[in-house]
Design a protein around this ligand. Sequence first.
Ligand code: SF4
Length: 839
Amino acid sequence: MTDRIADIWGQRTPHARGTVWPARVDEHLEAGLTGADVDRWVQSACVLCSNGCGCDIAVKDGRMVGVRGRATDVVNHGRLGPKGLYGSTPWASSPDRLTRPLIRENGRLVETDWPTAMGRIVARSQQLLAEKGPLSHGFYTTGQMFIEEYYTLGVLGKAGLGTPHMDGNTRLCTATSAAAFKESFGADGQPGSYTDIEHCDAIFLYGHNMAETQTVLWMRILDRTRGEDPPAIVCVDPRRTPVAEEAERTGGVHLAPRVGTNLALMNGLTRELLSNGWYDETWVQEHTIGLAELRAVVEPYTLTAVAEICGVDADELARAARLFGTSENVLSTVLQGFYQSHQATAASVAVHNLHLLRGMIGRPGAGILQMNGQPTAQNNRECGADGDLPGFRNWDNPAHVQELADLWNVDVATIPHWAPPTNAMQIFGYAEDGTIGLLWISATNPAVSMPESARIRKILGGDQCFVIVQDLFLTETAQYADVVLPAAGWGEKTGSFTNVNRTVHLSEKAVDAPGEARTDLEIFLMYADAMDFRDKDGAPLIRWRTPDAAFDAWREATRGRPVDYTGLSYEKLRGPTGIPWPVNEQAPEGTDRLYTDPIFPTSTEQCETYGHDLLTGASVTEQEHRAMAPAGRAFLKGCAYTPAHELPSEAYPLLFTTGRTVYQFHTRTKTARSRSLREAAPDAWVELNPTDAERHGISEGDVVRVESPRGAIEVKARVGQVMPGAVFAPFHYGSWDLADVTPASQSRQANELTMTVWDPVSKQPYFKTAACRVTKIADGTGPSPAPTTAASAPVRGHLPPTQGGSPTSSRLVDTPRYPNDPSQDTAGPAPTETIAGRL
Ligand code: SF4
């Protein structure tokens, strides 16, 4: 039995390049239980990060009591990480679950019944529609609901109400991924596959501490780097993360650019490829447009210039460029270090440029994984609940809008398409000034997760906007609501979702939701019924009543689009593994990687956007796009580096950056209700470099005040491995679990310090570039609560190790055959035995 708090990635199963990743089944059950005690196992997939690991839920006496990885699933080959093992089920039977609706009476939230709560919502909704029209309504959703729920909300919002004000917290974590795909390839959609890990000879991780954010994917990489013919690792990160350590160990490179300078670094790498001739001229000629413009943009970014801007070693930068330029197959992964930092979309597009220059796309090992943060973020992007039109359709293309009008049988004018969809930052701006008079927040916690917390609290708490919150718990956000709706969670409802590499899983209902909690689908249908939304023939607009019928409706919305689900069904998803889209007649078993042809959905008729200027965000018009005649070729797009909005100053000499720990997910709504995870990372902290700590007279565990022009936090300090001049804080910690909630309770919330500033293309707010100052306010009484594992490990001295996870089991099992796995396709006959029946 293993403590997976201490042993985050578990036992290694090393293997050689080009061979299949061996299966290993990880399992955790509540204390005192064994497999023999489990009444039944129910098929699902983990929803505690974007990796989407296939798992089964253990049910005993009507309760979820544990999880087990599915060895037959292409995503995880049976493995689960600490969050999945320890965090998947304890929240469900937490005594503080919401079980009845709440309404605000005389300033207090009081329990009520569903008709009263929904009646209050509908009355306000109808009043606002009559007085101000549909633009008075805003929806702010999540990366944690299911396809069926997003699509239903998308239809009722766009064709029922007709509001463009719909977005999700996906704006905070993965909007740049989608935006970068659209700019380079014409449409959203992950080009690469996890199987690229088995075939690459170098892996570049840009702003992606995968070791903590997607632990199972990192296990997959570790099993390559510990096997024969390992890939070199290149890490771009201002902290010395486990990824950086692996880069050092594999003879790769760790580049720690100054916070806010990613694009300059990317421009330097691009220039090196071009000036050394490390690009495939014929391929670029045939499959891309924009080389001459890109060459001109990156020309000033010599090694010396970039070293100066980014504070990196010029020789190390050159070594990284050589690795990219001379490797046969490179896999690139990108996450928040790029998405939440200055010039996010331009830096992420630059990753695509490197691959396109070398023609490294669409073949095993040569992949791009623009990662997601949340488990179902991909579906919010696909289904139209985030503002984009469903099925990767272009709001600016009348033919695409007409397709939806025909599908939904509504007048095309109902569907908002006169301007770009409203992004989350604008939605909160409109709620601030009362333009949006009804804001419906589902399964997310903006009071903790959005930038500039004091402003968000004021918006949520003001009289100018009626706030509805639909969630599992009385979160920091729900405490400001006018109506709170109790929702069912994972395992308490059936639905499907898609992970970061397009793999769709079905998650079956395992247990009943507590009390009067309803599924998000039921809640949206209840509202649609009460509002009596109709199509143009007078029939109900939303004709489905069940998750499988909603899924069937969604499948039809994808017909003919890049995100093609038409070959999928619940029945098919009840098989041994998740299935990556597109799934259709041409690819009935799904598609491991995109762009094998390589033809990109960039034609003016097909694309999801006509594109943008990466520096200003200005839109490319249809005429301009047509004039470029992309015709299936990808775009090479460059952009000059500009300094970040807020630079260090005399008053605020350091740079503040936020991030994550391996033991918590988002605002800890689920993970902090697991004892093992809560005790591993119980409270907030900040990390300082030893030099900066010494300069400020700060030692491990001292209480410090960190201030920006917008707010302050007071937490304990970890003298750690962040680069000089930077201060790191985890963003997970709000106030719901504090006994005494006062304004001072917010003193541990990292977003007190962050800015209301966003990327001009993806509209993703910047969480990683703010100026700050640090002052010691008290001597410590012991070490900071930061884990001693992974990137928050102390730089020196011996501290009590982070450990104490309840026991888990881990078994090596026969490796089954995985559909579409190129390792098995190329390695001769694959094992035909499936182990599903034996588990
Ligand atoms: S890697 Fe992500 S999806 Fe997989 S078990 Fe961990 S938290 Fe869950």
